[in-house]
Design a protein around this ligand. Structure first.
Ligand code: 3PG
Length: 305
């Protein structure tokens, strides 16, 4: 059995060693493809593997077609919008994610970016604090819950909106559930995005919604760039000189944003939310174990297709 780890953005070395240990203990072989620059390298690497572990690497129809022996793909992480589920299902390939494994890392980065921006990118001028601010958590999944836990320590007032999460669960965490997306954005000084990229959410964070936020508003995005209406974000920031946008996913219009909104727009150069040794170990080893259990016991927990 051959297990390929294909990561354009590699895991920490210690995580790769952990994955190797799991794979070899099961008697399987680990194949590593890191920092590849051409799709062809991925197409060649998948040719005779039984399983693939990826991060945000694109597993489309062509990749699946090139992987004749493939039985399972595990996305070591939360969002699986990079995998063509339809093509996988058609090819009888099981797709899983590893929910929660990198959630703390992403949540910690939210506060790293917030403090950096609220202190004016450490330029020496007087900034603002998190304490007492109203934080809106848009989608209360694993990352959202970790954001709430950390935000409590900062003394923030917490609000959340999640269509799929019960008010009771949100309430039990000391967070006020909001009845609508609109109500959340109207109420909160800072909104942290944790929605997946789906046909319903794509471009859903638009000018109309963001205009509802109060004076001095901040939007922090550690989710996906696709959920933002990028053209309308420009319009909004032109109309609202008080508005800040911080993102961990380089927007399509990064150059324009940098040029127009100096001092209130920031993007990491490459998605960094899950780039910690801990998150890599958690997600990578979970992915390896899920593959071993799938082959040895038929376990399909966390299957998403
Ligand atoms: C996720 O969906 O798990 C995060 O966006 C992390 O993605 P990455 O593994 O590509 O850093």
């Amino acid at each position: 059995m051959k297990i390929l780890v294909a990561t354009d953005k590699p895991f920490a070395k210690v995580a790769v060693e952990g994955i190797r240990k799991e794979v070899e203990a099961a008697g399987y072989e680990l194949v590593l493809l890191e920092k590849y620059t051409q799709k062809q390298q991925l197409l060649d690497a998948v040719a005779n593997v039984d399983a693939i572990i990826v991060r945000s690497d694109i597993i489309d129809k062509e990749v699946i077609a090139a992987a004749g022996n493939l039985k399972i793909v595990v996305r070591a992480g939360a969002g699986y919008d990079n995998i063509d589920l339809e093509a996988a299902t058609e090819a009888k390939v099981c797709v899983m994610n590893t929910p929660g494994q990198n959630a703390n890392a992403v949540a910690e980065l939210v506060f790293g970016m917030l403090i950096y921006a609220l202190r004016n990118f450490y330029n020496g001028t007087s900034g603002t604090e998190l304490k007492g601010k109203k934080l809106g958590i848009h989608a209360y999944g694993n990352v959202g819950r970790n954001v709430a836990r950390i935000a409590r320590g900062f003394g923030m007032q917490l609000y959340a909106f999640d269509m799929y999460c019960s008010d009771e669960l949100i309430h039990n965490d000391g967070v006020i559930p909001m009845s609508s997306k609109k109500a959340l954005y109207e109420k909160c000084d800072i909104v942290s995005l944790h929605i997946p990229a789906t046909p319903e959410t794509k471009k859903s964070i638009n000018k109309e919604l963001l205009s509802l936020m109060p004076e001095g508003a901040v939007l922090v995005n550690t989710a996906r760039k696709e959920v933002i209406n990028e053209e309308e974000m420009v319009e909004l920031m032109e109309a609202r000189p008080d508005f800040k946008y911080l993102t961990d996913i380089l927007p399509g219009n990064h150059e324009e944003m940098t040029r127009k909104f100096q001092g209130r727009y920031f993007s990491t150069p490459k998605k960094m939310g899950a780039q910690t040794a801990e998150a890599n170990i958690n997600a990578g080893i979970a992915a390896a174990r899920q593959i071993v259990d799938f082959f040895q016991k038929g376990t399909q927990r966390f299957r998403v297709n």
